[in-house]
Ligand binder design. Structure first.
Ligand SMILES: [Zn+2]
Length: 125
């Protein structure tokens, strides 16, 4: 299963982040960005995550999935927007093949671990 492999990769990364902080540190939240164009079924990903995380530092973690919509970009006329039909990236203005602007994302956005004191905008740089 595609989603199981992705979930395993996400878990592995989150584990590593928590392990870097020290023994016994657990993961609170894992946020992933999944582009529409990846074809990943979010429900299957969540299910795989939940079944694989037993006895890991992610056992009580919340998996947040941000779905990134598919957007096209026309190199010919500069149009950007969602495709008129799913997976059909043809510019609705000039009929030229459009490029994918977003929707191919498949990445871990952030891993929130226990005891971290990170605040948005409070970074010293
Ligand atoms: Zn165009």
């Amino acid at each position: 299963m595609h989603e199981a492999g992705i979930a395993a990769g996400v878990l592995e990364l989150a584990e590593r982040v928590a392990a870097d902080r020290g023994p016994g540190i657990c993961v609170r939240t894992v946020r992933v960005r999944v582009g529409e164009f990846t074809g990943v079924a979010v429900e299957a990903l969540e299910f795989a995550f939940e079944s694989l995380r037993t006895h890991t530092r992610c056992e009580d973690a919340v998996l947040e999935v941000e779905r990134v919509p598919l957007l096209g970009l026309c190199p010919n006329c500069g149009w950007t927007g969602p495709p008129a039909e799913p997976y059909c990236l043809i510019c609705p203005h000039c009929g030229q093949p459009a490029q994918i602007l977003s929707g191919r994302e498949l990445e871990v956005d952030y891993v929130d671990i226990e005891g971290s004191e990170e605040h948005h905008g409070a970074s010293a740089g």
